[in-house]
Design a protein around this ligand. Structure first.
Ligand code: HSE
Length: 286
Protein backbone atom coordinates (compact mmCIF):
# COMPACT_ATOMS: atom_id res chain seq x y z
CA UNK A 1 0.00 0.00 0.00
CA UNK A 2 3.05 2.29 0.25
CA UNK A 3 5.30 3.56 -2.55
CA UNK A 4 9.07 3.93 -2.88
CA UNK A 5 10.79 6.27 -5.35
CA UNK A 6 14.45 6.76 -6.24
CA UNK A 7 15.32 10.27 -7.34
CA UNK A 8 18.59 11.58 -8.80
CA UNK A 9 20.70 14.52 -7.73
CA UNK A 10 21.27 17.11 -10.44
CA UNK A 11 23.63 19.75 -11.69
CA UNK A 12 22.21 23.05 -12.96
CA UNK A 13 23.38 25.60 -15.55
CA UNK A 14 26.14 23.50 -17.24
CA UNK A 15 28.04 26.79 -17.55
CA UNK A 16 26.17 29.13 -19.91
CA UNK A 17 22.62 27.86 -19.30
CA UNK A 18 21.94 29.81 -16.13
CA UNK A 19 18.51 28.78 -14.74
CA UNK A 20 17.97 26.91 -18.02
CA UNK A 21 20.01 23.71 -18.43
CA UNK A 22 20.17 20.81 -15.99
CA UNK A 23 21.45 17.26 -15.88
CA UNK A 24 20.64 14.31 -13.62
CA UNK A 25 23.54 12.58 -11.85
CA UNK A 26 24.01 9.00 -10.65
CA UNK A 27 23.79 10.05 -7.02
CA UNK A 28 20.43 9.37 -5.38
CA UNK A 29 17.87 9.87 -2.64
CA UNK A 30 15.06 7.42 -1.86
CA UNK A 31 11.64 8.36 -0.49
CA UNK A 32 8.96 5.99 0.83
CA UNK A 33 5.45 7.12 1.61
CA UNK A 34 2.42 5.31 2.98
CA UNK A 35 -0.83 6.19 4.69
CA UNK A 36 -0.55 5.92 8.49
CA UNK A 37 -2.62 6.37 11.65
CA UNK A 38 -0.34 9.16 12.82
CA UNK A 39 2.32 11.07 10.88
CA UNK A 40 5.83 9.75 11.47
CA UNK A 41 9.21 10.31 9.78
CA UNK A 42 12.28 8.11 9.38
CA UNK A 43 15.13 10.23 8.01
CA UNK A 44 18.32 8.24 7.36
CA UNK A 45 21.72 9.54 6.35
CA UNK A 46 23.79 12.21 8.06
CA UNK A 47 22.70 14.66 5.36
CA UNK A 48 19.21 14.64 6.83
CA UNK A 49 20.13 15.23 10.47
CA UNK A 50 18.34 18.21 11.89
CA UNK A 51 15.40 18.27 9.49
CA UNK A 52 12.00 18.67 11.19
CA UNK A 53 10.08 15.46 11.98
CA UNK A 54 6.62 17.01 12.34
CA UNK A 55 4.11 18.35 9.84
CA UNK A 56 6.37 21.34 9.12
CA UNK A 57 8.66 18.91 7.24
CA UNK A 58 8.98 19.89 3.57
CA UNK A 59 8.31 16.34 2.34
CA UNK A 60 5.03 16.28 4.24
CA UNK A 61 3.98 19.74 3.03
CA UNK A 62 4.83 18.89 -0.57
CA UNK A 63 2.84 15.64 -0.37
CA UNK A 64 -0.16 17.51 1.02
CA UNK A 65 0.00 19.99 -1.88
CA UNK A 66 -0.34 17.04 -4.30
CA UNK A 67 -3.33 15.68 -2.39
CA UNK A 68 -4.96 19.14 -2.32
CA UNK A 69 -4.41 19.56 -6.04
CA UNK A 70 -5.94 16.13 -6.70
CA UNK A 71 -8.83 16.65 -4.26
CA UNK A 72 -7.77 13.73 -2.03
CA UNK A 73 -7.59 13.74 1.79
CA UNK A 74 -4.69 11.81 3.31
CA UNK A 75 -3.61 13.79 6.38
CA UNK A 76 -1.48 11.15 8.15
CA UNK A 77 1.61 9.70 6.45
CA UNK A 78 4.60 7.56 7.27
CA UNK A 79 7.52 9.08 5.35
CA UNK A 80 10.96 7.51 5.05
CA UNK A 81 13.88 9.19 3.31
CA UNK A 82 17.43 8.10 2.72
CA UNK A 83 19.80 10.41 0.86
CA UNK A 84 23.34 10.13 -0.47
CA UNK A 85 23.15 13.69 -1.85
CA UNK A 86 25.24 16.23 0.09
CA UNK A 87 23.23 19.29 1.17
CA UNK A 88 23.90 22.85 0.01
CA UNK A 89 26.74 21.93 -2.36
CA UNK A 90 25.15 22.69 -5.75
CA UNK A 91 23.92 19.14 -6.36
CA UNK A 92 20.21 19.85 -6.19
CA UNK A 93 19.50 18.13 -2.86
CA UNK A 94 16.44 20.26 -2.13
CA UNK A 95 15.15 19.78 -5.69
CA UNK A 96 15.44 16.01 -5.36
CA UNK A 97 13.58 16.06 -2.04
CA UNK A 98 10.79 18.16 -3.58
CA UNK A 99 10.57 16.04 -6.75
CA UNK A 100 10.75 12.77 -4.77
CA UNK A 101 7.95 13.86 -2.44
CA UNK A 102 5.75 15.14 -5.31
CA UNK A 103 6.25 11.98 -7.35
CA UNK A 104 5.76 9.61 -4.39
CA UNK A 105 2.61 11.40 -3.21
CA UNK A 106 1.14 11.37 -6.73
CA UNK A 107 2.00 7.68 -7.16
CA UNK A 108 0.38 6.88 -3.81
CA UNK A 109 -2.98 8.13 -5.09
CA UNK A 110 -2.79 6.54 -8.55
CA UNK A 111 -0.89 9.29 -10.42
CA UNK A 112 -3.75 11.70 -11.21
CA UNK A 113 -1.34 14.62 -11.86
CA UNK A 114 0.75 14.71 -15.06
CA UNK A 115 4.55 15.00 -15.01
CA UNK A 116 4.16 18.48 -16.47
CA UNK A 117 1.93 19.47 -13.55
CA UNK A 118 4.44 18.05 -11.03
CA UNK A 119 7.22 19.96 -12.84
CA UNK A 120 5.29 23.21 -12.51
CA UNK A 121 4.62 22.61 -8.80
CA UNK A 122 8.30 21.75 -8.20
CA UNK A 123 9.52 24.85 -10.06
CA UNK A 124 7.20 27.12 -8.09
CA UNK A 125 8.65 25.71 -4.85
CA UNK A 126 12.29 25.82 -5.97
CA UNK A 127 12.07 29.17 -7.87
CA UNK A 128 14.16 27.90 -10.76
CA UNK A 129 13.35 25.03 -13.14
CA UNK A 130 16.76 23.52 -13.92
CA UNK A 131 17.43 21.23 -10.92
CA UNK A 132 13.84 20.03 -10.49
CA UNK A 133 13.50 19.40 -14.23
CA UNK A 134 16.60 17.20 -14.26
CA UNK A 135 15.52 15.29 -11.13
CA UNK A 136 12.03 14.70 -12.52
CA UNK A 137 12.77 13.88 -16.18
CA UNK A 138 16.35 12.54 -15.91
CA UNK A 139 19.04 12.97 -18.55
CA UNK A 140 19.77 16.51 -19.71
CA UNK A 141 16.95 19.05 -19.71
CA UNK A 142 16.44 22.48 -21.17
CA UNK A 143 13.79 24.48 -19.35
CA UNK A 144 11.99 27.82 -19.29
CA UNK A 145 9.97 29.43 -16.52
CA UNK A 146 8.23 32.82 -16.54
CA UNK A 147 7.29 32.80 -12.87
CA UNK A 148 3.89 31.25 -13.61
CA UNK A 149 4.44 28.46 -16.13
CA UNK A 150 7.38 26.10 -16.74
CA UNK A 151 8.19 23.92 -19.76
CA UNK A 152 11.05 21.47 -20.22
CA UNK A 153 12.41 19.10 -22.83
CA UNK A 154 14.58 16.11 -22.08
CA UNK A 155 17.68 15.37 -24.17
CA UNK A 156 19.25 11.92 -24.06
CA UNK A 157 22.91 12.36 -22.96
CA UNK A 158 25.53 11.24 -25.51
CA UNK A 159 26.61 7.63 -24.89
CA UNK A 160 30.27 8.45 -24.12
CA UNK A 161 29.51 11.40 -21.84
CA UNK A 162 30.62 10.99 -18.25
CA UNK A 163 30.73 13.43 -15.36
CA UNK A 164 33.24 14.07 -12.63
CA UNK A 165 32.16 16.26 -9.74
CA UNK A 166 34.54 17.67 -7.15
CA UNK A 167 32.60 18.48 -4.01
CA UNK A 168 34.41 20.99 -1.77
CA UNK A 169 34.20 20.49 1.95
CA UNK A 170 32.00 23.51 2.71
CA UNK A 171 28.41 24.55 2.16
CA UNK A 172 27.31 27.52 0.04
CA UNK A 173 23.68 28.57 0.10
CA UNK A 174 21.98 29.28 -3.22
CA UNK A 175 20.69 32.60 -1.88
CA UNK A 176 24.22 33.75 -0.98
CA UNK A 177 25.48 32.66 -4.42
CA UNK A 178 22.63 34.58 -6.10
CA UNK A 179 23.22 37.74 -4.06
CA UNK A 180 26.63 38.28 -5.71
CA UNK A 181 25.06 38.37 -9.20
CA UNK A 182 24.45 41.70 -10.96
CA UNK A 183 20.87 42.90 -11.46
CA UNK A 184 21.57 43.98 -15.05
CA UNK A 185 23.92 42.64 -17.69
CA UNK A 186 25.15 44.09 -20.97
CA UNK A 187 24.02 43.03 -24.43
CA UNK A 188 27.43 41.58 -25.35
CA UNK A 189 27.43 39.28 -22.31
CA UNK A 190 23.84 38.26 -23.07
CA UNK A 191 24.78 37.32 -26.64
CA UNK A 192 27.92 35.56 -25.37
CA UNK A 193 25.74 33.30 -23.20
CA UNK A 194 22.78 32.76 -25.53
CA UNK A 195 25.12 31.64 -28.29
CA UNK A 196 26.99 29.24 -26.04
CA UNK A 197 23.92 27.78 -24.32
CA UNK A 198 22.40 27.18 -27.76
CA UNK A 199 25.60 25.63 -29.11
CA UNK A 200 25.94 23.44 -26.01
CA UNK A 201 22.34 22.20 -26.30
CA UNK A 202 22.83 21.34 -29.97
CA UNK A 203 26.26 19.78 -29.34
CA UNK A 204 24.87 17.55 -26.57
CA UNK A 205 21.88 16.58 -28.72
CA UNK A 206 24.10 15.68 -31.68
CA UNK A 207 26.94 14.11 -29.69
CA UNK A 208 29.45 16.78 -30.81
CA UNK A 209 31.69 16.49 -27.75
CA UNK A 210 34.42 18.45 -29.59
CA UNK A 211 32.32 21.64 -29.26
CA UNK A 212 31.74 21.41 -25.51
CA UNK A 213 34.88 23.29 -24.49
CA UNK A 214 33.89 26.49 -26.29
CA UNK A 215 30.20 26.02 -25.61
CA UNK A 216 30.52 25.73 -21.81
CA UNK A 217 31.92 29.21 -21.18
CA UNK A 218 29.80 31.68 -19.27
CA UNK A 219 29.71 35.39 -18.43
CA UNK A 220 26.42 35.64 -16.53
CA UNK A 221 27.17 34.01 -13.20
CA UNK A 222 30.47 32.15 -12.88
CA UNK A 223 32.76 35.23 -12.99
CA UNK A 224 30.80 36.71 -10.06
CA UNK A 225 30.73 33.47 -8.07
CA UNK A 226 34.41 32.63 -8.50
CA UNK A 227 35.37 34.56 -5.37
CA UNK A 228 33.11 32.28 -3.29
CA UNK A 229 34.88 29.05 -4.30
CA UNK A 230 38.67 28.91 -3.83
CA UNK A 231 40.33 27.20 -6.82
CA UNK A 232 37.32 27.62 -9.10
CA UNK A 233 38.95 30.10 -11.48
CA UNK A 234 41.94 27.83 -12.04
CA UNK A 235 39.79 24.74 -12.56
CA UNK A 236 37.59 26.49 -15.13
CA UNK A 237 40.69 27.74 -16.95
CA UNK A 238 42.90 24.65 -16.85
CA UNK A 239 40.85 21.46 -16.47
CA UNK A 240 40.47 21.02 -20.23
CA UNK A 241 44.27 20.61 -20.35
CA UNK A 242 43.88 17.64 -17.99
CA UNK A 243 41.26 15.66 -19.86
CA UNK A 244 37.98 17.55 -19.29
CA UNK A 245 35.74 18.26 -22.30
CA UNK A 246 34.50 21.30 -20.40
CA UNK A 247 33.98 22.51 -16.84
CA UNK A 248 31.46 24.52 -14.90
CA UNK A 249 30.35 25.47 -11.45
CA UNK A 250 27.62 22.96 -10.52
CA UNK A 251 24.47 25.01 -9.97
CA UNK A 252 25.17 27.75 -7.45
CA UNK A 253 28.26 25.85 -6.22
CA UNK A 254 30.53 25.12 -4.47
CA UNK A 255 30.72 21.78 -6.36
CA UNK A 256 32.70 21.90 -9.61
CA UNK A 257 31.67 19.81 -12.56
CA UNK A 258 33.75 18.40 -15.40
CA UNK A 259 32.30 16.68 -18.45
CA UNK A 260 34.51 13.89 -19.78
CA UNK A 261 34.54 11.43 -22.66
CA UNK A 262 34.60 8.02 -20.98
CA UNK A 263 36.47 6.51 -23.93
CA UNK A 264 39.39 8.95 -23.33
CA UNK A 265 40.48 7.21 -20.10
CA UNK A 266 41.67 10.52 -18.67
CA UNK A 267 39.52 10.33 -15.54
CA UNK A 268 42.43 9.63 -13.20
CA UNK A 269 44.55 12.55 -14.40
CA UNK A 270 41.57 14.88 -14.18
CA UNK A 271 40.65 13.62 -10.74
CA UNK A 272 44.14 14.25 -9.36
CA UNK A 273 44.21 17.71 -10.98
CA UNK A 274 40.88 18.65 -9.37
CA UNK A 275 41.85 17.27 -5.96
CA UNK A 276 45.24 18.95 -6.21
CA UNK A 277 43.67 22.35 -6.81
CA UNK A 278 40.90 21.97 -4.23
CA UNK A 279 43.16 20.30 -1.71
CA UNK A 280 40.52 18.03 -0.23
CA UNK A 281 38.22 15.09 -0.89
CA UNK A 282 36.05 14.93 -3.99
CA UNK A 283 33.43 12.43 -5.04
CA UNK A 284 32.95 10.90 -8.47
CA UNK A 285 29.49 10.64 -9.95
CA UNK A 286 27.99 10.06 -13.37
N1 HSE B 1 20.32 28.01 -11.56
C1 HSE B 1 20.47 28.11 -10.12
C2 HSE B 1 21.60 29.06 -9.79
C3 HSE B 1 20.76 26.74 -9.59
O1 HSE B 1 22.63 28.98 -10.44
O2 HSE B 1 21.46 29.88 -8.88
C4 HSE B 1 20.89 26.69 -8.11
O3 HSE B 1 21.16 25.36 -7.73
Amino acid sequence: EGVRVKVPASTANLGPGFDTLGMALTLYAWIEMKPAEATVFHLHGENLDGLPTDKSNLLYKVAQSVFDEAGVSLPELEITMYSDIPLTRGLGSSASAIVGALYAANLLIGSPLSLGRLFNMATALEHHPDNVGASLYGGIITAVWDGAHAEALRIEPPEQLDVLVAIPDFQLSTSKAREVLPKQIGMSDAVYNISRASLLTAALTMGRLDLIKDAMRDRLHQPYRASLVPGMGRILEEATEHGALGTALSGAGPTLLALVDRTDNQGEELRSFLLGVLGNEGITAR
